[in-house]
Write a protein that binds this ligand. Structure first.
Ligand code: 0O2
Length: 260
């Protein structure tokens, strides 16, 4: 959105985007209050709900991380990040879908306002974690997009889930959707750099660059599978620990998972 737009002719949603872009926005705030304070308050309430749902799902993965770290000798979860879609990104996405920036359209058409990304060690961890989340009684799976079995044409790989989770507020409980992305460290490495370089940039890279990025994604995918197979081979060929060795190992790692 252009920064030279007049705040007097802007709609409430354009003003919100302007507020995010500027440091000095007292004038816009005053105008927004006169034009759409009711809208702004309801929008703020809506964002709060998605924020809470995001916290619920994040906590579920943190619990899994602690549990799996204690039960097994390795924790499959390398990191968890969360993000609430920015107002500008919401406006852009609605616009791409030919929809107005209204609260109803946000609720009815966007299911990725709240996002949780889980980065794990191996490809089989991805499916194990997805299963562990989706089989929880209060979680409803709305959609699964497996960009690992069916990568995007540019090479992008990740498992995407849209789940809904009940959130208990002071006066009621609401089911709220959250987008969960689960990927390996290697997939995350590719996606992060590719996002910076290419994804949704107004000018597209040349065919040659796109092809090089796709080849990088393939190399990474092969490496992921090779690392997984090496891990399996090591664990199947290592001799089982004696009772004494196991005891010493458990003592040595007793406090570790709780430090995360
Ligand atoms: P953010 O917050 O910047 O990550 P659409 O968003 O309309 O294109 P859809 O069906 O909502 O499509 O989403 P999809 O395909 O499930 O993917 C949505 C999210 O996955 C994106 O979020 C990215 O985070 C990630 N993603 C999808 N494709 C790519 C890709 O080719 N490269 C990279 N690096 N990431 C990808 P947003 O909306 O971009 O927002």
């Amino acid at each position: 959105m252009e920064s030279t737009r007049s705040s007097e002719t802007a709609t409430p949603h354009q003003l919100i985007a302007m507020l995010e872009e500027r440091e000095e926005h007292t004038e816009d705030l005053a105008l927004l209050a006169s034009l759409g304070l009711d809208f702004l308050l309801r929008y703020k309430e809506l964002r709060m709900r998605y924020l809470c749902a995001m916290k619920e799902i994040r906590t579920k993965f943190e619990v899994l991380s602690t549990e799996l770290g204690v039960r097994n000798d390795r924790n499959p979860i390398a990191g968890i990040t969360t993000r609430l879609k920015s107002t500008t990104a919401i406006a852009e996405k609605l616009h791409r879908h030919g929809l107005e920036f209204t609260l109803t359209n946000i609720e009815d058409h966007l299911r990725d306002i709240a996002g949780v990304r889980v980065v794990c060690s191996y490809v089989d961890d991805i499916y194990m974690l997805a299963e562990a989340l989706c089989t929880q009684k209060d979680v409803t799976v709305i959609q699964t997009k497996d960009y690992i079995r069916s990568p995007k044409p540019n090479g992008y790989r990740s498992l995407h889930l849209i789940v809904s989770v009940p959130v208990f507020f002071a006066d009621r409980a609401l089911d709220i959707p959250v987008e969960v992305q689960i990927r390996t460290i290697a997939m995350d490495f590719w996606a992060t750099l590719e996002h910076e370089m290419r994804y949704k940039k107004p000018t597209k890279h040349s065919e040659e660059i796109a092809e090089r990025l796709r080849l990088c994604a393939e190399t990474i995918a092969k490496t992921d599978l090779e690392m997984q197979s090496i891990r399996k081979e090591i664990s199947s060929s290592s001799r089982p620990l004696t009772k004494e060795e196991e005891l010493i190992r458990k003592i040595q790692t007793l406090d570790q998972p709780f430090l995360r």
